[in-house]
Design a binder for this molecule. Structure first.
Ligand code: FAD
Length: 322
């Protein structure tokens, strides 16, 4: 009998998040053929997402109105109700806001070791090595578990997503017994980014800094992002100046993104900003100042005024892509 690997899947609205498919592939990389892989989906009215997930792994679904919006206490209670009878060898989360919140709690509950923010998984003989960045991507470390259970979080956009099978696996519904002693209750969720591409999963990120100069200055960046089917991000400088919402902030105290293409417009390249984007595959910097530190990490640099360069890029990409 093999070990059981549980992947905690996530949805955005009623759609599966890409990072959940990456986590399923991560489980395949970390496990052996004879091991069992189960995707655990928690939420409310997620039938379609569960059906989609079943193309990738056997599914356990916990559907309950109390799980409609994420709350640590309810999700922890539901997760442990599902995990305790399974006694998993490993539990894999996306390194998302939810994964980062839940994984350590689950690790403590299971007395498990935890390796977080994994960007690659490799096998040497029987040993599985997990690679994770350190010091804002300036170094990498390779880690192995010396015991089980194990808890792993994987950084979005680094491990390829699993491929769907031609037939669906089973979906088992588990009931959830709500806790009677919640210390806080969600009354309302006000979403600021409904319908937008998730910044942490976007393949292209067009980011603006203090150089965009105003709220309206983000408009050309929005247009470029739309043509490239990407998302708009920002430096803290732009957020602090009130040009955009803090939900767009990338960096040490913001989101970590690893898109295929990161376009930094009017961003100087402070170390705290680099902490959130330096692992992007291709970095393009547009800055008036040829000495701006962002050019040290950029694969391509354009010295110029972003208000001239960005519309030109949009026009050219539109010709190519639309
Ligand atoms: P600036 O440094 O002011 O750079 C603006 C750039 O725009 C300049 O390089 C300028 O040449 C260029 N420019 C101006 N006009 C144009 C134009 N028309 N065309 C082209 N280029 C133009 N920062 C983050 O981003 N994320 C974080 O998570 C973060 N966390 C932090 C945590 C701590 C504890 C601290 C102390 C700081 C943190 N910061 C963070 C702030 C960080 O140190 C920088 O202050 C911030 O990143 C600067 O933002 P910026 O590059 O947009 O602005």
């Amino acid at each position: 009998m093999g070990n059981t690997y549980v992947i905690v899947a996530e949805t955005k609205g009623d759609r599966l998040r890409q990072v959940s498919l990456e986590a399923i592939h991560a489980a395949a990389l970390a496990s052996h053929k004879e091991d069992k892989r189960i995707a655990l989906l928690l939420g409310h009215q997620l039938k379609e997402a569960a059906d989609e997930l079943a193309l990738y792994a056997e599914v356990i679904l916990i559907d309950h109105p109390d799980l409609a919006a994420y709350q640590a206490e309810t999700y922890f209670a539901a997760l442990t109700q599902a995990l305790d009878p399974i006694q998993p060898h490993a539990v894999i989360f996306g390194h998302t806001a939810i994964g980062r919140d839940l994984a350590p709690q689950i690790a403590a509950h299971l007395s498990a070791g935890q390796i977080s923010d994994v960007t690659a998984i490799s096998e040497n003989g029987d040993a599985i090595t997990y690679t994770r960045p350190l010091y804002a991507g300036k170094a990498f470390e390779n880690r192995q578990f010396s015991s089980s259970p194990q808890v792993i979080t994987i950084r979005p956009n680094n491990i390829a997503p699993a491929q769907p099978a031609s037939t669906s696996s089973s979906i088992t519904e588990l009931s959830y017994t709500p806790s009677t002693s919640l210390r806080s209750v969600i009354k309302d969720v006000v979403s600021k980014s409904a319908g937008r591409i998730d910044l942490t999963e976007a393949k292209v990120v067009v980011s603006g800094g203090r150089g965009v100069k105003s709220k309206a200055g983000f408009q050309p960046l929005e247009e470029l992002a739309e043509v490239l089917q990407g998302a708009v991000g920002a430096s803290r400088g732009a957020c602090d100046a009130g040009y955009c919402d803090y939900s767009l902030q990338i960096g040490q105290t913001g989101k970590v993104v690893t898109p295929e293409i990161y376009i930094a417009c009017g961003i100087s390249g402070a170390i705290q900003h680099l902490a959130g984007m330096s692992q992007s595959r291709i970095i393009i910097a547009i800055n008036k100042d040829p000495e701006a530190p962002i050019f040290k990490v950029a694969d391509y640099g354009i010295v110029g005024d972003l208000f001239e360069v960005v519309p030109l890029l949009t026009e050219e990409f539109r010709k190519l892509l639309c």
